[in-house]
Ligand binder design. Structure first.
Ligand SMILES: Cc1cc2nc3c(=O)[nH]c(=O)nc-3n(C[C@H](O)[C@H](O)[C@H](O)COP(=O)(O)OP(=O)(O)OC[C@H]3O[C@@H](n4cnc5c(N)ncnc54)[C@H](O)[C@@H]3O)c2cc1C
Ligand code: FES
Length: 251
């Protein structure tokens, strides 16, 4: 559905990263963790296409998004002020599956891949034990608001473990009962590749929230296809995903 909502807050969190909160009573009621919205970043024709963002958190009628400035669209969004109206399409796609008898939810984020995890934490809190692993190039880009039991990995070692977030997770989960874990991951494809080696080695249940360039967001343009691991076929990230079992997709 399309909903036009007023921006209630736009705060600068870390280098190039903003949190935008919009009053969206309909979308907030229908959303589940892992779903996303497509936001029209301005009223004009440029950029023409909406931009996709994971739902970061829900608070009553308000929906928050974490936005990392990458190009024109995200730069415009970062300048939005409280009181302005934004046109939002959502909630879109299929979110995380939090059912099942796993006991420990392992949330694994690379960079801005942390975006859907505060909402997932809201859903899992009180039901499962949560361990959160955040990976980033450097300390200045770590955003851990709304997460529980956070461990950090940085490429440059400026805080936490020096190395990749997947290496950190392997170190930490070695002593846990693997059948009790379910991994929820979001980040770049390079991270998913090394994660898949690990989930295969330890036979871990794992869902990943994937990204691809998007246009329509509703399964019409075929612009967001990613390759299926099982066949010559493709999945549409916007409609079949963005969340998939890690074994179903080729990275
Ligand atoms: C399902 C989904 C959820 C997403 N959730 C978030 C989120 O919560 N927070 C967030 O900051 N970003 C998220 N993204 C990525 C975000 O949509 C893009 O960064 C944004 O559309 C770029 O728009 P732009 O106009 O600023 O950049 P453009 O001017 O369009 O491009 C600038 C640069 O960003 C790259 N880029 C464009 N689209 C993507 C993309 N989909 N993934 C990675 N790089 C891209 C381009 O290749 C180019 O190098 C998500 C993407 C998808 C598909
Ligand atoms: S973005 Fe158009 S089909 Fe997915």
């Amino acid at each position: 559905m399309i909903e036009i909502g007023q921006v209630t807050e736009n705060i600068f969190l870390k280098r190039n990263i903003f949190k935008i909160t919009i009053e969206l009573p309909q979308i907030s009621r229908r959303s589940t963790a892992g779903q996303f919205c497509e936001i029209k970043v301005n009223d004009g024709l440029s950029p023409l296409l909406r931009r996709p963002f994971s739902i970061n958190a829900i608070n009553g009628k308000e929906v928050s998004f974490l936005v990392e400035v990458k190009g024109t669209g995200t730069e415009m969004l970062s300048r939005t002020r409280p009181g302005e109206a934004l046109n939002v399409l959502g909630p879109l796609g299929k979110g995380f599956n939090t059912d099942g008898d796993f006991k420990i939810a392992v949330l694994l984020a690379g960079g801005i891949g942390v975006a859907p995890f505060p909402f997932l934490t809201q859903e899992l809190k009180g039901k499962k034990k949560i361990l959160s692993f955040l990976g980033s190039r450097t300390k200045a880009q770590i955003v851990s608001d709304g997460l529980e039991n956070v461990l950090v990995a940085t490429d440059d070692g400026s805080t936490g473990f020096k190395g990749t977030v997947v290496q950190l997770m392997e170190k930490e989960i070695k002593n846990l009962e693997t059948s009790e874990l379910k991994i929820f991951a979001c980040g770049p494809n390079q991270m998913f590749k090394s994660l898949k080696e690990l989930t295969t080695k330890y036979r871990l249940d794992c869902e990943v929230s994937t990204e691809s360039n998007m246009a329509c967001g509703i399964g019409l343009c075929q612009g967001c296809a990613i390759k299926s691991a099982a066949s010559e076929g493709y999945f549409l990230v916007c409609k079949d995903g963005p969340v998939f079992n890690i074994n179903d997709v080729e990275f």
